[in-house]
Every structure is written in structure tokens, then in C-alpha cells.
Design a protein around this ligand. Structure first.
Ligand code: F2R
Ligand code: MG
Ligand code: MG
Length: 341
């Protein structure tokens, strides 16, 4: 297998196993001892007979893969159709409480502007949930360059999440995966990685201010929030001796369902354990508690893009649902990407 294909497979399999394993703890509000998490993920699952089910995070990631492969290009309406199909095929995958309404309106009203239902959410504020960021990794595999990726990640997010924090979270998560695809282990430089994301975040946050009066743009937050600012705080965490103290990390970054908490938590989990292994990053992400399936899935996507599928534990690949399909999606998106470039 080529090194690039290894990374493509790592991205989608990483996102999938993070979701499946993290789901065991989703909603545990406090931090979880690292040892307890590794007991579960490294031995507790050994005797499981049935595949460990994936949740909405992977259902939506799969929908993006299907649309890309069906259309052989990025098409936002097709993306919306695939989300709706995937949701109504199995609404019990643990979706966010509000996003189902968007899928209902997309199905029942078939609006000309497919971003309209999302813009009606939360009294016109739009959702700041992490549901756009959690599914975005296939777009990093598909895109020709960072600019294209930022544009399609934004379009994709707007189908369900109109709040600027939901949209920007998706763009930053997508760029984190893209960047990790282009670094060969063990050469990760945590500060450089975060600095790159700060630069991207500053640019998009600057553009948001310029575009604030255009219709169809994401809604502005009622309280200003800056991903660039949050990632600067993340850098500070590295300087502190207690950086691995999960309580401090959660206090600083958060671990909740909001994109502005889950995306920084996922990036931090990758970089903090990025010198060690794929599984350390994912286990660490789960140990932060809170929205564990989603934080671990996003960490898994970034870490898998960096380490490649060969470094994902064999036990995890054998126990999680639909790993083989994730590999087929990765291979086909790899081919599509080769054709596009
Ligand atoms: N929904 C869950 N977990 C709940 C428990 C699931 C349980 N284990 C089960 O099996 O049933 N997880 C999934 O949801 C998150 C992604 O959510 P998404 O797609 O962003 O959905 P939504 O509904 O748009 O937003 C989520 C909630 O965030 C709050 N919220 C968002 N925007 C808001 C706003 N502008 N004002 C106020 N609140 C806002 C709401 O409570 C939304 O319901 C992932 O964790 C995925 O795993
Ligand atoms: Mg989920
Ligand atoms: Mg979740």
C-alpha cells in the first residue's frame, strides 16, 4: 500500500473507530481516568461478539463519502440528499436533538435554498453544535488544495449549521486533517501544527467580519468567540507542567457538544499525544469526557491522517462496525483525488 493510501484509509478508519469507542462514554460529564479508558478500549472490548455500533458522526461521514463518489465532484444538494437518506434510514444513531428538524424540512419542503432550514434553527441563530465538524474529514481527502477545502467545508456545514461557530469549527477541523495528511511521522511539530491552524482561523475570522452583511452568510454569534484565540490558549497549555491534567484541559478548552469546545479538544488530543501513537491520542480524547464519541472521532480523523491505517490497533479495526466499508470509501476517494489532480 502506498504511503498516501495508508493515510487516506487512516483518516476514515480513524474517524470511525474514535466514534465507535468514544460512544461508550458519550455524555459522561466529568473527565475519565486514562487507565479506565485504556482498560475498555484495549481489553474490555476483546470479548464483544457484536460489532461496536457507529453513531451519527460516522453516519454523516459516510453520507459525504457516498455523495462525492456518486457525483465525482462536490455538490451541495447531493450532500443534503445523502444526509437526509442516511438519517431516515436509521434515526436511532444518536443524532443531535435539533438537527432532525433540518432533515425533516429538507425532505418535506425540498427548499430551493438547501441552507434555509438550517438558518431557521434556534430562532434564526443557527446551530453551533459540532455536527458539521464531526463529519467533515472526507472533504480533506477529496480537495485539491486548502482553499478549495475551506470553501466546500463551509458550504457543507451550512446545510445543517448556520451559526458561525458551527461553520468555522468544520473548516478548522477539515484543515487539521488536511495538514496531518501532509506530515510524515514522526516529524510532527505541535507548535507549528497549532500555529498553522491559528493562521487559518485568523483569516477566516477576519473574512467573517467583512462578510457580515451578506445574506446567506453564517449568522454571527451573540457573544464573540475566536478559534484563533482558543488555539493560542491551547499553545499556552503546552507550556504548563500540568498540561496533561485533563481537568485543566477541559476547563480551558471544554469538552461539550458545541463546536467551539469539541474541535479545540480534538486538535489538542492529537497534538498532545502526537509524538506517541494513534491510540494514545484517541484514548486521551475519550478521557476528556463530555462529547466523547465526537471528540474521539475528530481526533481519530486527524491522527489517522497522520499515522495511517497501519498504526490503528488491529483490535479496534476488528471490533468496530463497517471498517471494511470505510476502507473502500478511502480507496475510492483516493482514486477520485488522483483523477482530479
Ligand atoms: N446527540 C448526541 N448525543 C446525545 C445523546 C445520544 C445518546 N447517546 C443516544 O444514543 O441517543 N450526539 C450527537 O450530537 C452531536 C452533534 O450534534 P449536531 O449535529 O450539531 O446537532 P444539533 O441538534 O444541531 O446541536 C446539538 C445541540 O447543541 C445545542 N445547540 C446548538 N446550537 C444552539 C444554539 N444556537 N442555541 C442553543 N443551543 C444550541 C442544542 O442543545 C442542540 O440540540 C454530536 O455529539 C453527536 O455525537
Ligand atoms: Mg455521535
Ligand atoms: Mg457526540
Amino acid at each position: 500500500m502506498s504511503a498516501v493510501l495508508n493515510k487516506y484509509r487512516g483518516t476514515l478508519v480513524g474517524a470511525l473507530v474514535g466514534d465507535c469507542l468514544g460512544a461508550n462514554y458519550e455524555g459522561v460529564s466529568s473527565v475519565i481516568p486514562f487507565g479506565e479508558v485504556t482498560d475498555y478500549t484495549m481489553s474490555g472490548i476483546k470479548n464483544k461478539k457484536d460489532p461496536i455500533r457507529y453513531t451519527d458522526d460516522s453516519a454523516m461521514t459516510r453520507a459525504i463519502c457516498k455523495s462525492l463518489l456518486d457525483q465525482k465532484k462536490y455538490d451541495n444538494r447531493s450532500m443534503a440528499v445523502e444526509f437526509v437518506k442516511e438519517f431516515f434510514k436509521d434515526p436511532t444513531r444518536g443524532y443531535g436533538q435539533a438537527v432532525g428538524k433540518v432533515f425533516e424540512r429538507l425532505r418535506d419542503d425540498d427548499p430551493e435554498d438547501i441552507t434555509y432550514p438550517a438558518r431557521c434553527q434556534f430562532d434564526g441563530q443557527g446551530s453551533y453544535g459540532n455536527g458539521a465538524a464531526m463529519r467533515i474529514s472526507p472533504l480533506a481527502l477529496f480537495s485539491k488544495n486548502s482553499q478549495e477545502l475551506q470553501e466546500i467545508a463551509c458550504q457543507n456545514a451550512l446545510i445543517t449549521h448556520a451559526h458561525i461557530c458551527g461553520v468555522n469549527g468544520a473548516i478548522i477541523q477539515a484543515i487539521a486533517v488536511y495538514k496531518a495528511l501532509h506530515i510524515e511521522p514522526p516529524s510532527l511539530e505541535p507548535y507549528n501544527f497549532i500555529d498553522h491552524l491559528i493562521e487559518v482561523a485568523e483569516k477566516i475570522e477576519e473574512r467573517n467580519v467583512d462578510k457580515r452583511s451578506l445574506s446567506g452568510s453564517p449568522s454571527l454569534p451573540t457573544r464573540p468567540f475566536s478559534y484563533a484565540g482558543k488555539m493560542k490558549e491551547m499553545k499556552e497549555l503546552f507550556w504548563q507542567n500540568d498540561a496533561q491534567e485533563t481537568g485543566t484541559v477541559v476547563e480551558t478548552l471544554g469538552n461539550g457538544i458545541r463546536a467551539q469546545e469539541a474541535v479545540p479538544a480534538a486538535i489538542f488530543s492529537f497534538v498532545l499525544k502526537g509524538k506517541l501513537s494513534f491510540e494514545d491520542s484517541v484514548n486521551y480524547a475519550i478521557s476528556l469526557g463530555g462529547d466523547t464519541d465526537t471528540i474521539a472521532s475528530m481526533t481519530g480523523a486527524i491522527s489517522g491522517a497522520y499515522w495511517g491505517v497501519e498504526n490503528v490497533p488491529a483490535l479496534w479495526k476488528s471490533k468496530c462496525e463497517a471498517v471494511d466499508e470505510a476502507i473502500v470509501f478511502a480507496d475510492r476517494i483516493f482514486e477520485l483525488h488522483q483523477e482530479r489532480i
